[in-house]
Design a binder for this molecule. Structure first.
Ligand code: LFR
Length: 489
């Protein structure tokens, strides 16, 4: 989650500087049968961030929140939070995609939502709650997606921001509005949903209670592209109008910007998503499992008393045997297994491959498999949009993993332009700067990012090494195909 204040320094070339004031971890909590977010802690940490910004001597004109997609809180008619919001990896949605598809038809579901069928999309969470006869659904007055919920706690104003709305599966991008008909067919109430507002809208000011609690003056809270992926996409420092990007973090989101959603059957078949961004643009992108797989291995090793830093893990991977074992990172079994290293080993056994036999070979297997998956999705994106991309922009925290960037350049056989790391925070700030009139449009913002943050270029290996990567990719594709045929994953 990002909370940023902004400062524009007038120099010969205008540059944007960002300063990290506060960072906090965001761990889910298992309570009984369900996995939840620690929503009160997140709110408290946001407030701590605001207080620290003023204490550090800044006089922020505004603040804005962006978070992961799909999750939400429900308010009762007194404006109080009903229960603790579910985490999108909670198991309540298991099997729900199939059920909802059978009920309303999968092609129609795609055409009316533009989204790939990810079990955690809001639509499936709500349907799971309905199946469980959750009383919360009966008494809920308003549904607020996570950034909207936090904005509400800060300002007392209820608002629904457009980019988040498009992650729900209940917003119809073709018609442009909530899909009331679909909600009714699923037995869900449509009166909980607010009319979406565009990124850049001022929601309101901090409440007097929040100001008093923090000892700070009133400040505007702005709805930006509050879906973190869309904030990050808005900060990609591309110089051409058509470009491909990869937002790398817990998830890897690979896509390209489009003037309108692409709702063809080919997009449906390849399971890409159309997600709304700034200025009514859409992004055709795919969710790829991402560094979550590595994060979970690291957590398990830590639990077992073997702690490694990411730098150590990458060093071990660098000297491990290349292209020994590959996995399909998007196999559903990797969504939230209790023991990720064991899940990877069992995947390899199921596919007749050698198991990774060391920490280094495990990390290498994850990174190489991700890199090949990026190539596959990049080529699919080109086919779907009729574009040819000269290389891939990589942004987000994951680009600190230089081995991943280098492997990606080799897998795709094209350059990777990496940077900036804090893309979501920067995209968030750009929309605030536009709202306050410091920049005129997002194009200017993109140029500002290019002038302000260095990009690291990773070139693919020379011609003689290409054959190795091509053979590795062919092996990866064969693995994926046999996986699909056997129904594994
Ligand atoms: C990335 C992200 C993805 C979304 C996933 C779950 O942080 O926002 O875009 O699909 O989290 O919400």
């Amino acid at each position: 989650m990002h909370l940023q204040s902004s400062g524009l320094a007038e120099e010969a070339v205008r540059k944007l500087r960002i300063t990290e004031i506060h960072r906090f971890p965001n761990h889910p909590v298992q309570i009984g049968r369900h996995l939840h977010w620690d929503t009160p802690m997140l709110l408290q940490e946001i407030k701590n961030g605001i207080r620290k910004a003023f204490q550090a001597g800044y006089e922020p004109q505004s603040c804005a929140i962006d978070t992961w997609g799909v999750d939400f809180g429900l308010l009762d008619r007194n404006g109080e939070l009903l229960g603790i919001p579910y985490h999108y990896r909670d198991r309540q949605t298991e099997g729900v995609v199939e059920e909802v598809s059978a009920l309303v038809g999968s092609e129609r579901l795609f055409r009316e939502s533009g989204l790939q069928f990810m079990p955690f999309n809001t639509i499936y969470q709500l349907y799971a709650m309905k199946k469980a006869a959750s009383p919360k659904l009966d008494v809920a007055d308003t549904l607020l997606l996570t950034p909207d919920l936090m904005n509400y706690f800060l300002t007392g104003k209820r608002c629904c921001e457009f980019s988040m709305a498009t992650t729900t599966g209940l917003y119809d991008p073709g018609r442009g509005g909530w899909n009331v008909q679909l909600l009714e067919e699923l037995g869900l109430r449509s009166d909980m949903f607010l009319e979406p507002v565009s990124p850049g809208t001022v929601i309101g000011s901090l409440t007097s209670e929040v100001c008093a609690e923090l000892g700070v003056p009133p400040m505007n809270v702005v709805a930006v592209a509050s879906h973190d992926t869309e904030s990050a996409a808005a900060a990609v420092p591309a110089s051409s109008a058509s470009f491909a990007y990869l937002v790398s973090g817990t998830w890897s989101l690979l896509g390209t910007q489009m003037p309108a959603p692409l709702l063809t059957s080919s997009v449906f078949e390849h399971q890409f998503s159309n997600e709304g961004g700034v200025d009514g643009n859409y992004h055709l992108l795919k969710n790829i499992m991402g560094l979550w797989i590595l994060q979970e291995c690291k957590r398990k090793w830590e639990q077992d008393g073997r702690s490694f830093t990411y730098a150590e893990l990458i060093e071990l991977a660098e000297v491990a045997e290349p292209l020994r074992t590959l996995i399909d990172p998007d196999a559903l079994r990797f969504m939230n297994p209790p023991d990720m290293p064991e899940e990877i080993r069992s995947y390899c056994r199921d596919n007749g491959q050698l198991e990774p036999d060391s920490v280094g070979s495990m990390v290498r297997c994850i990174l190489e498999s991700l890199a090949f998956r990026y190539r596959q999705v990049l080529e699919q994106a080109e086919m779907l949009t009729g574009s040819k991309f000269a290389g891939l922009h990589m942004v987000g925290g994951g680009i600190q993993n230089e081995l991943l960037c280098a492997l990606t350049a080799n897998a795709i056989g094209r350059p990777v332009w990496a940077g900036p790391v804090e893309a979501s925070a920067i995209g968030n700030v750009l929309v605030q700067l536009r709202t306050s009139g410091h920049i005129n449009d997002m194009r200017e913002g993109q140029e500002l990012v290019r002038a302000s943050f260095p990009q690291h270029i990773y070139e693919p290996d020379e011609a003689e090494r290409r054959a190795v990567w091509e053979a590795g990719y062919t092996r990866y594709l064969r693995l994926i195909e046999s996986d699909i045929r056997s129904g594994a994953g």
